[in-house]
Design a protein around this ligand. Structure first.
Ligand code: G1P
Length: 294
């Protein structure tokens, strides 16, 4: 079963980035020269996803526009001898098919995913949380799709080891390894447990391949942590009803949804980009001297 669709929830208010997010969606804040959401969509496209479903709310239409054609801009760039930029803009506007569905109330991640039910239909799908960026040769979603294919097209949760003191920021999985240090058959998933209650330090940064059966569970789960309908709670039920795997993916993850993580991602992305690496190294070197950083 080929995974063709990815759900990317973008309905959040982005309060950690106020006042910028008073007027622009958090997802459109750039890391260097591309909006944050560009990286999540690229990950999907490079993983073989053919259709992106954005779960949106009011004030988010610039995200849809970004992935649409802009003929006026393309013509302007072409007529002004800027064909490199024209090609870039054309590529972004044609790289994938975008559908949107509104989440009319902010009732949690589980509720956001349920909003995409009719657009997903009768197939398994990927979920990508765009705040969490992962840099790697092979996109994380592709790693998870391959793991799912290897395990009879079952659901797979992407996980990484986190500081055991920080389990209360994530969905945490428990299970037994079926492939050493890589893949677990999941027995349980808990949303944001306190360190003393966490069975492991294996956390998801928001990468999932989910069975279509998750929808009927999302329709019946009660509200969970924070009074919200939690995707984690639905996955926990799914794991009692069918096989769910957790896969420790390869790659460096950045929490670009927090200002600290965003700053780190900006520096690191520049250092990894041949166009900006030298200038970023010089900036860092100069600042280290100027501010006597040790
Ligand atoms: C959500 C999920 C959580 C996951 C996290 C990754 O939480 O509920 O399971 O680990 O994303 O960023 P949020 O950060 O939206 O509170």
């Amino acid at each position: 079963m080929k995974i063709k669709k990815a759900v990317i929830p973008v309905a959040g208010k982005g309060t950690r980035f106020l006042p910028a997010t008073k007027q622009i969606p958090k997802e459109m804040i750039p890391i260097i020269d591309k909006p944050m959401i560009h990286y999540a969509v690229m990950e999907a496209v490079e993983s073989g996803i053919e259709q992106i479903i954005f779960v949106t709310s009011s004030g988010k239409s610039s995200i849809e526009d970004y992935f649409d054609r802009n003929m006026e801009l393309e013509t302007f760039l072409e007529n002004n001898g800027k064909s490199d930029y024209k090609d870039l803009i054309h590529k972004i506007g044609t790289m994938t098919e975008v559908l949107t569905v509104r989440q009319k109330e902010q009732l949690g991640l589980g509720h956001a995913i349920l909003c995409a039910k009719d657009l997903i239909g009768d197939e398994n799908f990927a979920v990508i949380l765009g705040d969490d960026l992962v840099l790697n040769g092979k996109p994380v979603t592709k790693q998870l799709i391959e793991c799912s294919e290897k395990h009879n097209n079952q659901s797979v949760i992407g996980v990484m080891e986190v500081n055991p003191q920080e389990t209360n920021k994530y969905g945490i999985v428990e299970g037994s390894f079926v492939e050493k240090d890589k893949t677990l058959a999941m027995t349980r998933m808990i949303e944001k447990p306190e360190p003393k209650d966490a069975p492991t330090n294996l956390a998801t940064p928001g990468r999932y391949i989910l069975s279509k059966n998750i929808f009927s569970i999302l329709e019946r789960i009660p509200r969970g942590v924070g009074g919200e309908y939690q995707l984690t709670d639905a996955i926990n039920v799914l794991a009692q009803e069918e096989k769910v795997f957790a896969h420790i993916f390869e790659g460096d993850r950045f929490d670009a949804g927090s200002v600290n993580g965003y700053l780190e991602a900006t520096v690191e992305f520049a250092l990894r980009d041949s166009k900006y690496a030298d200038v970023m190294k010089k900036i860092i070197k100069d600042k280290v001297e100027k501010y006597s950083i040790r």
